[in-house]
Design a protein around this ligand. Structure first.
Ligand code: ADP
Ligand code: GLC
Length: 493
């Protein structure tokens, strides 16, 4: 296929701004696409908290963004994704993005999110016009970019940009971006052109739904999740739309940036190691035990958690199982996470109740996340739902065995341990219950104590998995091709 022009429009991109795995994906896939010869660029808001990594240049002209009643302006900063030539444009505007927050204030979702992200979508399109650069495809990510396909299909349909196809990736269907009806006027969209159905759920505009209706092609981040979200139980109310568009929905499992996540080179670790020589992993374990003031003992199995503390992640179930695990098993657990205040409280309490055996750091810390991935023997991820999940893949790459619930991308990336059969890369359980977590931790623990050769085999198989972006990047290119053909009526040469 010829080289494509691809624009990523995104609310997060690693290493500049990150809330979760969406940032990792948007920080990695474009590099792989660029390596395949495509012209990829990224647009993201310049939040007050954005990290100005590398060199940033302000573009000379202010960018006019056609939203609201009076003209709005952005200042555009240009830099590159570190380690590549992929341009990243940050849109700065004090009213919409001056605050540090990405989505939420301490009281929940920001009330002006509809306007902030309408500004992002319209700003990305205005930037293309200013650059005189017409992408073949615009790749949108989650509800924050849900209005972009609508804008292309309505107000910009008859301009050169209107030829651009859109691919909309669902990273997490749980967050849909409900907004007051005012956003339609704010975004200067013609109400009359829509069936109310395309925009509205329960009286409010649903930004995820607008994207799902209007994008040329839809993807989500694993094949299993692509199936789950078409069902009533897994569709978070949007399953009818996803069944309606089933023919346009593809599940593509995320890769990981295997140069940025490499235990042999990771500078955040106290010692480096590889599958051939795991000596450094023992150093990482001892350092982690020390960090959390646990007993420094190589023979006790150490379980790690790195997660947003949200219902989706099932960590309330872990909190319920914790007293039973601590009571009955000789294990250590360390947790890094932030989010739900009730859960933060439970885990804080546990650090006192199980002093020396349980440690928690409540916050966001990229370096500690890597040290937990490296220093643990096991990695716990009892998610109720998991569109893809990256941390289980990081764990496997670092020789730490994931213990996961069979949902979404966890099904597609972790193979269950089959004792005596030389198979498996982790431990998988079915039910989202504290009892299932307890039993599976027990199973892992018994294997650790009684069958170390099985653990070594699991570790070698986990570390040998290829989770690089190479394969998935090719699937995205294929999907872009389908989208372009659908939009323009011609295959992209
Ligand atoms: P999600 O996007 O649903 O949060 P993923 O597994 O796809 O789940 O990605 C989570 C990303 O965020 C990983 O890179 C993980 O290391 C990181 N992360 C999550 N919580 C923290 C935290 N408290 N501190 C540092 N990194 C975190
Ligand atoms: C979302 C999902 C997570 C996925 C990530 C990147 O945040 O919760 O499962 O890995 O997006 O696609």
């Amino acid at each position: 296929m010829r080289a494509l022009k691809i624009l990523f429009v995104t609310p997060e991109v690693e290493p500049f701004v990150k809330v979760g795995g969406l940032a990792d994906m948007v920080g990695a896939l474009p590099k792989e696409l660029a390596a395949l010869g495509h012209d990829v660029r990224i647009v993201c808001p310049a939040y007050g908290s954005v990290k100005r990594v590398g060199e940033w240049r302000a573009r000379p002209d202010a960018l006019g963004v056609d939203v609201g009643r009076t003209a709005q302006w952005a200042r555009t900063w240009e830099t590159v994704l570190p380690g590549s030539a992929v341009p990243v444009y940050f849109l700065e505007n004090q009213d919409f993005f001056g605050a540090a927050e990405v989505y939420d204030s301490p009281w929940g979702a920001r009330e002006d999110n509809d306007m902030r992200f309408a500004f992002l979508s319209r700003g990305a399109l205005a930037l293309c016009q200013q650059l005189g650069w017409v992408p073949d495809v615009m790749h949108c990510h989650d509800w924050t970019t849900g209005l972009l396909p609508v804008m292309l299909n309505t107000i910009l349909r008859d301009t050169p940009l209107g030829r651009a196809a859109t691919v909309f990736t669902i990273h997490n269907l749980e967050h849909q971006g409900y907004s007051p009806a005012r956003v339609v006027n704010f975004a200067r969209l013609p109400w009359g052109d829509f069936h109310r159905d395309q925009l509205v759920v329960g009286g409010e505009v649903n930004l995820m739904k607008t994207g799902l209706f209007h994008a040329t092609k839809l993807t989500t981040v694993s094949p299993t999740y692509a199936n789950e979200i078409r069902t009533r139980g897994g569709g978070f109310g949007l399953d009818p739309v996803l069944r309606f568009r089933a023919g346009d929905l593809v599940g593509i499992v995320n890769g990981i940036d295997d140069t940025a996540w490499d235990p042999a080179r990771d500078p955040a670790l106290p010692a480096n190691y590889s599958a051939a020589d795991l000596a450094g992993k023992a150093v990482c374990k001892a350092a982690l035990q020390e960090h959390f003031a646990l007993e420094v003992n190589p023979r006790v199995p150490l379980f790690g958690v790195v997660s947003r503390l949200a219902t989706q992640k099932g960590l309330d179930l872990l909190a319920d199982a914790l007293p039973h695990i601590m009571d009955r098993m000789k294990v250590q657990i360390v947790l890094l996470g932030s989010g739900d205040h009730g859960l933060e409280g439970s885990f804080k309490w546990a650090t006192h109740a199980y002093r020396g055996r349980f440690g928690a750091h409540l916050g966001f810390d990229g370096k500690l996340a890597r040290r937990i991935q490296a220093g643990g023997d096991f990695f716990l991820m009892p998610s109720r739902a998991e569109p893809c999940g990256l941390t289980q893949m990081y764990a496997m790459r670092y020789g730490t065995l994931p213990i996961v619930r069979a949902t979404g991308g966890l099904v597609d990336t972790v193979e269950n341990f089959a004792q005596g059969q030389g198979r498996g890369t982790g431990f998988v359980f079915q039910d989202p219950t504290a009892a299932a977590i307890f039993n599976t931790v027990g199973w892992a623990c018994a294997t650790y104590y009684d069958r170390p050769a099985e653990i070594a085999g699991l570790q070698q198989r986990a570390m040998a998995q290829d989770f690089s972006w190479r394969r998935s990047a090719a699937e995205y290119v294929q999907t872009y091709g389908w989208a372009i053909e659908r939009r323009t009526g011609r295959k992209p040469g």
